[in-house]
Design a protein around this ligand. Structure first.
Ligand code: NCD
Ligand code: ZN
Length: 344
């Protein structure tokens, strides 16, 4: 049995860092493990311009503990009004790597999102020219579509037509949660990639709904069935360069989750690589973790692979029940439970 695992230092290709005191409370967790992270732009107000992304990047760097050299890779929040000129500025900038599509109303802070993707055709065409990836939150927002069907419907109604209309566009289907999404990604190699979160590899909707409602397991897209979870595990551990690590770590204060209308978002940055190691170990595929965590992402983003390494050892430890969060409490994924791998 392997007891030590040394990996090229991983990156997080989908991360919510928030802002202000909340940013300061969480950024050290990501910087401990990851060299870089694709930082989501869903602040209030959203990060819609290169200038705003540059200011946000400075705030992230200022919030880093000690002499950490964590690299925030910034994204723009796409709106109906995003201009082709803003895409040119993004492509010319040193710090913006992608644009994020939030269908309006799909998730936390998405009210300013896109109402109809065809309104973005100019911006998308320009992104395709620059080779800049579009990152998609892949759920339709139609009230009459069942919440468990929203990702599959998004493929049929939005993503497949978009990939046909703009064939040169490179897309990351963020936080895929279904077998249907895995199959769609695999049908367009070279153009399409996907991130997978630790919670979608470890949990199913039973962990949200069976034996009591577990608000800290509520995230969007919502947890799915065993069959879906198994398809994600197979994809993540397949060695395919189309699938890579993106935690979607999304901190909310305890009282915002444990509420009569709780926020969507699961916090995993405290133990992200350890949680993925748990999932890969259960699948008997620890040898595939480095590709997923450290190699496939840079490959798709056309960035260099990190030069240093991290080491994990097989060692039981208990995840803290909570972390301080700007005067509140943050309940992490796996709170109070044991994990088998620890980063040293
Ligand atoms: C994210 C958040 O809280 O910002 N929530 C979530 O459930 N994943 C937004 C998102 O990525 O959907
Ligand atoms: Zn997210």
């Amino acid at each position: 049995m392997t007891d030590t695992l040394t990996l090229v230092r991983p990156d997080d290709w989908h991360l919510h860092l928030r802002d202000g005191e909340r940013l300061a409370a969480v950024v050290g967790h990501s910087a401990r493990q990851f060299a870089r992270a694709i930082v989501m732009p869903n602040l209030t107000p959203p990060v819609t311009t290169v200038a705003a992304a540059q200011r946000y990047r400075e705030r992230i760097l200022d919030a880093l503990p000690g002499d950490n050299d964590f690299g925030p890779l910034m994204t723009l929040y796409l709106t109906d009004e995003t201009s082709a000129q803003e895409i040119d500025r993004a492509a010319a900038s040193d710090h913006v790597y992608a644009c994020k599509l939030y269908p309006a109303g799909a998730t936390t802070n998405s009210d300013a999102g896109v109402t109809d993707i065809r309104r973005c055709d100019d911006a998308l065409a320009r992104m395709a020219e620059h080779g800049m990836p579009l990152l998609v939150h892949g759920e339709v927002t139609d009230d009459v579509v069942d919440i468990f069907e929203r990702e599959a419907q998004f493929i049929d109604r939005v993503l497949a037509p978009l990939c046909e209309r703009v064939p040169a566009l490179r897309v990351v289907f963020e936080h895929v949660t279904t077998k249907a999404a895995v199959q769609f990604v695999e049908s367009l190699p070279g153009r399409l990639a996907a991130t997978i979160t630790p919670q979608h590899l470890l949990l199913t909707r039973n962990d949200l709904l069976a034996g009591g409602l577990r608000p800290h397991h509520y995230c969007l897209p919502v947890l799915k069935t065993f069959e879906d979870r198994d398809a994600l595990i197979t994809a993540a551990t397949s060695g395919s360069a189309q699938f890579f690590l993106g935690t979607d770590s999304a901190p909310h204060a305890r009282h915002e989750k444990e509420s009569d209308c709780g926020c969507a978002g699961t916090y995993s940055a405290h133990a992200a690589i350890e949680l993925y190691a748990e999932a890969f170990d259960r699948a008997g595929a620890l040898d595939k973790l480095e590709g997923f965590a450290s190699l496939h992402g840079p490959g798709f983003y056309r960035l260099p692979v990190n030069r240093d390494t991290i080491t994990l050892t097989r060692q039981n430890w208990t995840v803290p029940a909570s972390f301080p969060f700007a005067g509140n409490e943050l309940v992490p994924l796996g709170a109070g439970t044991d994990l088998a791998w620890k980063m040293v």
